[in-house]
Design a protein. Structure first.
Length: 249
């Protein structure tokens, strides 16, 4: 644990005023981005953090509560506050909403079909906030539930963030934890756009269905802790034995 004092102090002045606890919240997120604390690390207690940042304990607690609510941090009763990890179980309930009919939620296996680099088209440029001079890594996979291929995925990643991925062959099923541990990029928020579609020939071949059958098309953009667009994913999902489940609390 790094016990040196923080390099940057907080200020309530600036072009846009933010409550002090929000400044503290953003500062803690930035420290995580900079790997002061890595996923799974325990933070100092709120008394120590308040002293380090020269704020009251109440302000520090409010910032930590907000970060816990947004899943940046997690608290273990009687133990401490930790940087959240995208474990398989965590990813199941937060980021994987495709469920087999009549079954409990489970994480599917993934078969990597190809990985290469390309110049992105306008849709990918817009989603990842890139120019047409940038490159992206394109990963194609299909996913298996109940011994049945149910999802064909095309995943676009900014080359600047993920260039080491091109030479990797052992890529795990759960990518969000992989992004954290290998690239220091944490998926903080996702936005899904879902529409009904019909299977094309490629869908039919990959998913063992007939062209023209109804499917779900899901476009997801994932953003990191500091707001960067870090993944754009297009999932073509069978709808005969599967559904998209979202639970709001």
């Amino acid at each position: 644990m790094n016990e040196t004092r923080f390099d940057n102090k907080l200020s309530s002045t600036g072009p846009v005023f933010k409550p002090l606890y929000k400044q503290v919240e953003e500062h803690v997120k930035q420290l995580i981005v900079e790997q002061r604390w890595k996923p799974g690390d325990m933070l100092p207690n709120e008394f120590q953090l308040a002293a380090e940042l020269n704020v009251s304990q109440g302000t520090m607690r409010k910032a930590l509560n907000s970060l816990t609510d947004t899943k940046v941090l997690m608290r273990k009763q009687g133990v401490g506050t930790f940087v959240s990890e995208h474990t398989a179980q965590n990813g199941l309930f937060r980021f994987f909403p495709i469920i087999a009919d009549g079954k409990n939620p489970e994480l599917p296996k993934a078969e990597l079909l190809s990985i290469d680099t390309q110049v992105p088209d306008a849709t990918v440029c817009s989603a990842l906030e890139l120019s047409n001079k940038d490159q992206v890594i394109v990963m194609r996979r299909r996913r298996l539930l109940n011994d049945e291929y149910c999802i064909a995925e095309t995943i676009y990643l900014p080359y600047a963030y993920f260039k080491a991925l091109v030479d990797m062959t052992d890529i795990p099923h759960t990518l969000y934890h992989f992004y954290q541990t290998h690239f220091n990029l944490t998926v903080h928020s996702t936005k899904d756009a879902i529409k009904a579609d019909i299977a094309n020939r490629n869908d039919a071949e990959l998913l063992s269905i007939k062209a023209g059958e109804p499917i779900l098309s899901v476009q997801r953009t994932a953003h990191s802790l500091n707001g960067k667009a870090m993944e754009f994913r297009i999932s073509r999902c069978r709808s005969d034995n599967y559904h998209y489940l979202v639970t709001l609390n």
